[in-house]
Design a protein around this ligand. Structure first.
Ligand code: ADP
Ligand code: MG
Length: 474
């Protein structure tokens, strides 16, 4: 959907497809078949692959056609077909690697002759990686794509392949632990590996802020400005951190304009849509919204399973499907939580030197039934009351009760507000749960909290934090 209209667009997706298949097949098997086919060209929603004989093609078609089509379709988000053609003898030798289209094979040969140059650029890539602040372990090929993330993934891949051209700036937003930093870093790592001459810089908004403040203190603001304005690709993580930081916003605004004018790529991440940020100047938020905004949603069951399996392979660990299913069913919030559940179990079984039993796994995870439920609908009002009560140090009994102390009214109203925000219950149902109150009381509480949040940032943050705690199984 994103990239179907320009010529030759699927080659990069084919590369990624081949590299994913490589990860799943035994090496020998992969070499035997995938090193004998090559990308030839792209057509309308079609990838044409070439092989040296009908025998090879028949085998590849019989064994891997579906896998190839599925992987390609997953990566592109389009229904693609794949066509296989036998190429003339003269080209057979050129089909040595699935990674290069036939038309580019000549280039490969010259590169071999110029080997020292290749090495130099590899070294350069290493150095650039070190200077970029990027976490090298976040890459596209260890990101599991699901319906929740396909759009953000495709946009990120497109940016990585054509920085400064397709979507500039780009904003990736979504809740905690959903893969924002992973995707943002993948963009940077991909660019450095493929075009080490581009200067890539990754910073969190917090690092940006701290460096800026430091530069003022040490009277090196010009140095600070230069540092961020001479990059080709600027990746800033967690820009919600900039809320209320006026002079840092001002500085970023100028950095933005500078880079934007010289067509340098910028990608930002944020924990919510820009429109929900508070205390950000309009001129900066309009810049964030200018390019492409893509969101990351929590993964569904199938994607959660796929993520768990992928992480197990990465760790060279094993675990029964029963346990994996248990985790995937119960940990529905985000990928970070999934990962930490798995880490806990893997660590335990490594310590013991044996596979872990289902009962032990359940015990170790100790998933709270009330918080583990799949969606917000199933979060009970009682749980909300309990969590809010714990936070303000008042009991559920008191929140539901009739007392009108000031110390009770606000927690009660917040709990009502959150019940309406988070669950699908009607105001009448919520009123019933709060000790049989009328639905107008709930509506009033909702409006009251909403207006308090508008006027008081720290109050708003408290409510947002509670909401996040409730919805993210923490
Ligand atoms: P965020 O920045 O949105 O809070 P991260 O990018 O830090 O989230 O992701 C949290 C953890 O989950 C990281 O270890 C990351 O590698 C992993 N992760 C997130 N999404 C995926 C995914 N789709 N596939 C594989 N790992 C993922
Ligand atoms: Mg992050």
């Amino acid at each position: 959907m994103l990239m179907s209209d320009t010529h030759n667009t699927y080659f990069e997706f084919w590369q990624e497809t081949a590299s994913r298949i490589k990860d799943t097949l035994p090496e020998q098997e992969y070499m035997t078949w995938f090193n004998r086919i090559a990308y030839l060209k792209s057509g309308d929603r079609k990838v044409v692959l070439a092989g040296a004989s009908q025998f090879i093609l028949d085998t590849v078609i019989a064994r891997y056609r579906d896998l190839i089509i599925n992987t390609l379709s997953e990566l592109t988000g389009e229904d693609l077909s794949v066509e296989f053609v036998v190429v003339p003898r003269s080209q057979i030798e050129q089909i040595s690697s699935p990674q290069k289209p036939i038309a580019e094979q000549k280039e490969t040969k010259t590169q071999v002759v110029l080997q020292p140059k290749v090495q130099v650029s590899e070294q350069k890539a290493l150095r650039m990686k070190a200077e970029s602040n990027l976490n090298p372990s976040y890459e596209f090929n260890n990101f599991v794509i699901g319906d929740n993330s396909a759009f953000a993934f495709n946009a990120s891949l497109a940016i990585a392949k054509n920085p400064g051209v397709s979507y500039n700036p780009c904003l990736i937003y979504g809740g905690v632990g959903l893969g924002k930093t992973h995707l943002l870093s993948s963009i940077g790592n991909h660019i450095i590996s493929n075009t080490p001459e581009l200067k890539v810089m990754y910073v969190t908004a917090e690092m940006f802020t701290n460096e800026f403040i430091e530069s003022i203190g040490s009277q090196k603001t010009q140095q600070f400005k230069n540092k961020f304005r001479k990059v080709d690709v600027l990746l800033i993580d967690d820009i919600h951190f900039l809320q209320g930081k006026d002079s840092t916003q001002e500085e970023l605004f100028h950095t933005f304009n500078n880079l934007y004018e010289s067509k340098k790529q910028m990608v930002f991440t944020c924990d919510r849509p820009i429109s929900e940020l508070k205390n950000i100047t309009d001129r900066l938020s309009s810049r964030f919204e200018r390019g492409l905004n893509v969101d990351l949603q929590p993964p569904n069951y199938e994607t959660r399973m796929a993520i768990l399996k992928k992480k197990l392979i990465e760790r060279k660990a094993s675990m029964s499907d029963e346990i994996l299913n248990y985790i995937a069913t119960n940990v529905c919030t985000n990928v970070r939580d999934l990962e930490s559940s798995l880490t806990k179990l893997v660590a335990y079984s490594e310590l013991l030197g044996q596979e872990i039993s289902f009962d032990k796994a359940k015990e170790l995870l100790g998933i709270l039934p009330s918080l583990a439920a799949n969606s917000n609908q199933t979060l009970s009002i009682d749980t909300i009351i309990k969590v809010v009560g714990e936070y303000f140090n008042v009991s559920s009994f008191e929140i539901k009760g009739k007392k009108k102390n000031k110390s009770l009214i606000q927690p009660r109203q917040i709990a009502m507000y959150l019940s309406r925000e988070i669950t699908e219950f009607s105001t009448t149902e919520i009123g019933t749960e709060f000790g049989g109150r009328d639905h107008t009381t709930v509506m009033h509480a909702y409006d009251r909290i909403e207006s308090l949040m508008k006027g008081d940032e720290s109050f708003a943050n408290t409510v947002i934090k509670l909401k996040r705690d409730l919805t993210s199984n923490k």
